[in-house]
Design a protein around this ligand. Structure first.
Ligand SMILES: C=C1C[C@]23C[C@@]1(O)CC[C@H]2[C@@]12CC[C@H](O)[C@@](C)(C(=O)O1)[C@H]2[C@@H]3C(=O)O
Ligand code: AKG
Ligand code: FE2
Length: 373
């Protein structure tokens, strides 16, 4: 799994502090997956990053940039370059398929278009016929090849996490995503450039007039005046692996040195994977890991292309705090639920909703009111 590093010298440090992009900005850990200090140190580093930030940058991860990743980027870029009516054949999103601006079913919008695919080969083959009408089987094989590579990386990371947390069965997390009926997704987001001339093209492409902007003057926030590409949210699944081109835009909400939550800009790194803890890992670890809130501000003059693999269990998988995460001082925080139940709740809610709170044992009766709506 280890390939020669194509990254810059600064990435070779095990943990790196990014220059603060805004006053009080925090730190994004970088994890060198080639384990220069051995597997034990690597597993502790992964567990620490997932516990403290719920987010890290994985470098030397073993997914070669020139292979499946480059082929997927070429295939999806070709799709996004099609005329609007050709792309609409793969939409509207159900939630799977092609979507433009509209996210989910509850009124969320962003300055993007996307493809959302179920990551299993049969589902990919079914969708491919409306995405690449000339050569659907080529599109399917490009997606499947990428999914295999990124799924292997997700399993490696989940196993390291299981080891770093000292789980009785360190492979428990990865087993959830290798089940044949796992519900993992692949999402490809395309954010058009924000320069006026391109922006007009995009309005025409989407045939929609809604505009998503942040309010100006939002307290020195780096989003001030920027366009919301993808609004604030946590990912609902176990773990998300994001790879993007060299265009900035991703931001994560992390505590600064005074403990105050601050939006941190994540500098683009097309050779890295950005790894997010999702809601299900937060629930399984009884809140020891925290699903990180993140968003995309799309204000670059070049298009941003990002591909995210959402590692999920099968629909019937039951999610309850692992016994080793429950102690007298730390009783179960969330009631047990299946992934299917969680998905039903999530699709009835807005993107920014703190949906795991609905399953909080103390909130069982009342829900979480208007929190996050
Ligand atoms: C508004 C929504 C879109 C979303 C489903 C939801 O109701 C709330 C969660 C959203 C999210 C965020 C992460 C992923 O991009 C996604 C595919 C997911 O699993 O949850 C999206 C959903 C979506 O776009 O369908
Ligand atoms: O497109 C990106 O860079 C991130 C999008 C995202 O967070 C998501 O699709 O869940
Ligand atoms: Fe996300």
């Amino acid at each position: 799994m280890v390939v020669p590093s194509t990254t810059s010298a600064r990435q070779e440090t095990a943990t790196m502090l990014l220059p603060p992009p805004c006053p009080g900005g925090g730190a994004i850990p970088t994890v060198d997956m080639s384990a220069p200090r051995g597997r034990g140190a690597l597993s502790r580093q992964v567990a620490r990053a997932c516990t403290e930030q719920g987010f890290f940058r994985a470098v030397n991860h073993g997914v070669p940039p020139a292979g499946p990743a480059a082929r997927l980027d070429a295939a999806t870029s070709a799709f996004f370059a099609l005329a609007a009516h050709d792309k609409q054949r793969a939409g509207p999103p159900s939630p799977l398929g092609y979507g433009c601006r509209s996210i989910g079913f509850n009124g969320d919008v962003g300055e993007l278009e996307y493809l959302l695919l179920h990551a299993n080969p049969a589902a990919v083959a079914h969708r491919a016929s409306s995405i690449d009408t000339n050569d659907p089987s080529r599109f399917s094989s490009v997606v499947n090849e990428y999914v295999e590579a990124v799924k292997q990386l997700a399993c490696d990371i989940l196993d390291l996490l299981g080891e770093g947390l000292g789980l009785e069965d360190p492979r428990l997390f990865s087993k959830l995503i290798t089940e044949t009926d796992s519900d993992s997704l692949l999402r490809i987001n395309h954010y058009p450039p924000s320069c006026t001339v391109h922006k007009l093209d995009h309005d025409d492409q989407c045939k929609l007039k809604g505009v998503a902007r942040t309010k100006a003057g939002s307290g020195g926030n780096p989003a001030a005046g920027g366009r919301i590409g993808f609004g604030e949210h946590s990912d609902p699944q176990l773990l998300s692996l994001l790879r993007a081109n060299d265009v900035d835009g991703l931001q994560v909400l992390l505590p600064d040195i005074n403990g105050k939550d601050t939006w941190i800009q994540v500098p683009a790194d097309s050779s890295a994977y950005f790894v997010n803890v999702g809601d299900l890992l937060q629930a399984l670890t009884n809140g020891r890991l925290v699903s990180v809130r993140h968003r995309v501000i799309a204000s670059a003059c070049r298009p941003r292309l990002s591909t995210i693999y959402f590692a999920a269990p099968p629909l019937h998988a039951r999610i309850s705090a692992l016994p080793e995460m429950v102690t007298a001082d730390s009783p179960p925080r969330y009631r047990s639920f299946t992934w299917a139940e969680y998905k039903t709740a999530m699709y009835s809610l807005r993107l920014s909703h703190s949906r795991l709170e609905l399953f909080h044992v103390d909130d069982d009766e009342s829900g979480n009111g208007s929190k996050g709506k």
